[in-house]
Design a protein around this ligand. Structure first.
Ligand SMILES: NC(=O)c1ccc[n+]([C@@H]2O[C@H](COP(=O)([O-])OP(=O)(O)OC[C@H]3O[C@@H](n4cnc5c(N)ncnc54)[C@H](O)[C@@H]3O)[C@@H](O)[C@H]2O)c1
Length: 312
C-alpha cells in the first residue's frame, strides 16, 4: 500500500537513504536521486540491510524508486528532502534547480547540519516554501528532526512539515530562527569545545573526558534535560555556579588549537587510526557496533514506529 504525500530525496548517502527509508516505512511513495551511479545502485540494498538489522519486513523498499535525473525525482513530489554534501554553493545550485523543476506548492527542505537555510534558499524560486529539516544519524533510529524556519519561510510550510514528520513517526521540533547549528548542534558543540579545551590545557586526557560524561551527567540526560535539571537543583544554585565558573570556560571564537594540530598532523580519528586517541580497525568497528546496538535497542523498546494506517 502507498499513501500520503509523494516524497523525493536528493542525495542518497548516509542520511538520504535513511530518510527515504523512514517515509517508505510510513507508506509514502519515495523518489530518490543521487548524482553518483554507485550511490544509486546501492541505495535499495542499504535500506534492506537496515530493515534486516531491525528485524523488519523488507516490503517498504518496493515503494522507493531510484532515478537517474533530478527532474524525474522531483517533478511529481509534494515534499523534497535535500541530503547532498555540506557545501553552500552546491546546495544553492540544487535549490535553484529544484524550485524550478518541482510544482510551485512543493515544499523544499535541506538537511544541512549547521548552515543558514536562508542562504541555501537564496537563489530558489519562492523561498517561502524552503525550510530546514535537520535529521540525526541514523535517521530511522533517532526520533528528533529540527525544523528550521528561515526569515522567508511561510508559517504554513513549517506546519505542513511538522505534521508530515509526526505522521511518519518522527519527533519534529520548530526552530524559530535560522541560527547556525540550530539547537542540537549548538548544544553538542558547546560541550565539545569545552572538552577539547580541557584536554588542551592538560587538565585530563581524552579518555577521561569520555568517562566523565558517560559515568556522570550522561547517565541522567535520557530522562533529564538541562532545563529540567536547572529547575530541579534550583535556579539560585544555578546562578551561583554560573557566577563562579562561567568566566573560566573556554570562550575562544575559533576551533581549539589541539583540534587544529591533530588535523594538520593527519590524525583525523578512527579513519586514520589516530585522533584524540589511537584506534585499531577492530576497536573502531566495535565502537560503531556498540552505538548501533544501543540505538536499535532503544528503538525496539520504545521508539515510535510509523504505522501505515496513520498516513492519510
Ligand atoms: N552524516 C551525518 O551524521 C549528518 C547528520 C545530519 C545532517 N547531515 C547533513 O546531511 C547532508 C548529507 O550528509 P551525508 O552524511 O548523508 O553525506 P554523504 O556524503 O554520505 O551523502 C551525500 C550524497 O549526495 C550525493 N551528491 C553529491 N552531489 C550531489 C548532487 N549535486 N545532487 C544529488 N546528489 C549529490 C553524493 O553522491 C552522496 O551519495 C549534509 O548536508 C550533512 O551536513 C549529516
Amino acid at each position: 500500500m502507498t499513501a500520503g504525500e509523494r516524497i523525493a530525496v536528493v542525495g542518497a548517502g548516509l542520511m538520504g537513504h535513511g530518510i527515504a527509508q523512514v517515509f517508505a516505512c510510513a507508506g509514502h511513495p519515495v523518489d530518490v536521486f543521487d548524482e553518483s551511479p554507485q550511490a544509486r545502485a546501492s541505495v535499495l540494498d542499504r535500506v534492506r540491510a537496515n530493515l534486516a538489522l531491525l528485524g523488519e519486513d523488507e516490503s517498504p523498499v518496493d515503494r522507493i524508486a531510484v532515478h537517474g535525473s533530478l527532474e524525474e525525482a522531483v517533478e511529481d513530489a509534494d515534499v523534497v528532502f535535500e541530503a547532498a554534501p555540506e557545501d553552500l554553493t552546491l546546495k544553492q545550485e540544487l535549490f535553484a534547480r529544484m524550485s524550478r523543476l518541482a510544482a510551485s506548492e512543493t515544499v523544499l527542505a535541506t538537511n544541512t547540519s549547521v548552515m543558514s537555510v536562508g542562504a541555501i534558499a537564496a537563489r530558489a524560486r519562492d523561498p517561502g516554501r524552503v525550510l530546514g529539516t535537520h535529521w540525526w544519524n541514523p535517521p530511522y533510529l533517532i526520533p528528533l528532526v529540527e525544523v528550521t524556519q528561515a526569515e522567508a519561510t511561510r508559517p504554513e510550510t513549517v506546519e505542513r512539515m511538522m505534521e508530515l514528520l509526526e505522521r511518519a513517526g518522527k519527533s519534529p521540533i520548530h526552530v524559530r530562527k535560522d541560527v547556525p547549528g540550530f539547537v542540537g548542534n549548538r548544544l553538542q558543540h558547546a560541550l565539545w569545545r569545552e572538552a577539547f579545551a580541557l584536554v588542551d590545557a592538560g587538565v585530563c586526557d581524552a579518555e577521561t573526558i569520555d568517562r566523565v560524561v558517560k559515568e556522570s551527567f550522561g547517565l541522567r540526560l535520557p530522562v533529564l534535560g538541562p532545563m529540567e535539571n536547572a529547575d530541579l537543583i534550583g535556579l539560585d544554585l544555578t546562578l551561583a555556579v554560573h557566577e563562579y565558573v562561567l568566566p573560566h570556560l573556554d570562550r575562544r571564537p575559533g576551533p581549539a588549537p589541539i583540534l587544529r594540530r591533530h588535523v594538520a598532523g593527519g590524525r583525523l580519528g578512527m579513519k586514520t587510526g589516530r585522533g584524540f586517541r589511537t584506534w585499531t580497525a577492530a576497536e573502531a568497528q566495535a565502537v560503531r557496533e556498540r552505538l548501533l546496538a544501543h540505538l536499535v535497542g532503544i528503538a525496539r523498546k520504545d521508539g515510535p514506529r510509523p504505522k501505515e494506517e496513520q498516513v492519510r
